[in-house]
Design a binder for this molecule. Sequence first.
Ligand code: ATP
Ligand code: MG
Length: 555
Amino acid sequence: MTDTSTPTRSNFIRQIIENDLATGKHEHIVTRFPPEPNGYLHIGHAKSIVLNFGLAQSYGGTCNLRFDDTNPLKEDVEFVDSIQADVRWLGFEWGERVYFASDYFEQLYCFAIELIEQGLAYVCDLNADDTRAYRGTLTEPGRASPYRDRAIAENLDLFMRMRAGEFADGSRTLRAKIDMESPNINLRDPVLYRIKHGVIHHQTGSAWCLYPTYDYTHPLSDALEGITHSLCTLEFEDHRPLYEWCIAHVSVSSTPRQIEFSRLNLEYTVMSKRRLTELVSEHLVQGWDDPRMPTLAGLRRRGYTPAAIRDFCERIGITKSDNLVEMALLESAIRDDLDVTAPRRMAVLRPLKVVLTNYTAAAPEWMIANNHPKCSEMGSRALPFSRELYIDRTDFAEQPPKDFKRLIPNGEVRLRNAYVIRCDEVIKDASGEVIELRASVDFATLGKNPEGRKVKGVIHWVAAATAIAAEVRLYDRLFGVPIPGAGGNDYRADLNPNSLQVLTACKVEPELATATAGERFQFEREGYFVVDPDTTPAHLVFNLTVGLRDTWAKS
Ligand code: ATP
Ligand code: MG
């Protein structure tokens, strides 16, 4: 398993666990990560994964992976597979402990029989609308279903016939008999089972036409697995009494404790699986792994590392108060990782040709460039230098803004790892666009400024003859506003139309010719980039992971 031992900060859940271990309530803690396989995992799930697997690791416990698969209509094996791949990629392992709530369907059915036998559950013939109407509201108590006092024997008979497939979808439900006047609506005789004919469940096929609800399945699955601390997001706080009720009234021996924490909300993106599914199915993005998506598959393709995501999850911490996390926090986690680990390379994204008129060497001259400014173990490489080069268009200005330190007509600039050059002539096409610069090399400046000379600007370049063509995809935020859909408008209207810019005529240094999908680099002065899986030996494709915080000689 990957070393996932990022330094951990204490939080209220750790305190509860430490206390439970100290008092001997538990010797061994068991947590679980319980995704529903109805979409790809996103960065919010990462918070829960890092929390659950991380707690098990730090306290010598175990963490189960459990698929909460009670809603076959929206679920699919594609998601079962992608979820496992993504949890592994994040650096966590579950060994043998992968479970499906559907593995417990038979057991859950037996527990339901126990509830009926105790007079704690009944078959109700109200349809969905009437069930809702009888339930009341936050301000009005509910009314008892006319079927609430059915005899136990009749309930048993009907429930078994529900399983046998005798009744149509929606005609009957099994409901817990708790309290129709409870101020907590979740306790007003919640539905435990629904009839769904004709669906093929990805695990159980057509074995069942009766499906347990999430609120019934979740606590009992936790109890069956001996989960000690069942961690969920805050919206389940009001469901906790029902969670405890289910466990208390069936013959299961363990009593997990539900503890709620606040979910991760991140600026400039959406995190609900419904919306993420819509973005994919409506082709508003290119797929679940589109590098603009907050999915783990998207972040991976964008160039995020598992270590950076784990680090981000540690930095945001675990609390009970809802908040909106700034994108800058996620970006600084990946920047801090790549700053240390990514080799430096030169890539010209918007090439402008420069001809060095006084440079006549026939063979290329080799310039030595360090692969990392601070880490000498990363070594160095030789860069070919020649009479014709490319620099970035934005590093030249005919009419420079104030404080422009790069190349201007008759001005000087240093080419990184090479000479100072002077721009002598600007060549334009018929439309007046600059298409080439003629410049001269100051041979006394290799590697350093001679006494008394000050050349402030430093720009990157690649030699034209040996440059490799590449495509570079620049990504910006998927949405143009921090909270898409805030104020009641459709979140789609807040999509950022400029979130993807594709540059197809980039020139990169020859060292990058052999780069393979997933390799990460810093392109000096541009940002961190990763090789996209679309790359082939004949066509290099890079994705922008994140820009640089500090650029040298940028103005
Ligand atoms: P949705 O309601 O959008 O379908 P979900 O949150 O219910 O998504 P699940 O697959 O059920 O998705 O989630 C699995 C686990 O991940 C749950 O324990 C859930 O609490 C946790 N989780 C999901 N989203 C977040 C989030 N944004 N922050 C923290 N934990 C999350
Ligand atoms: Mg859920």
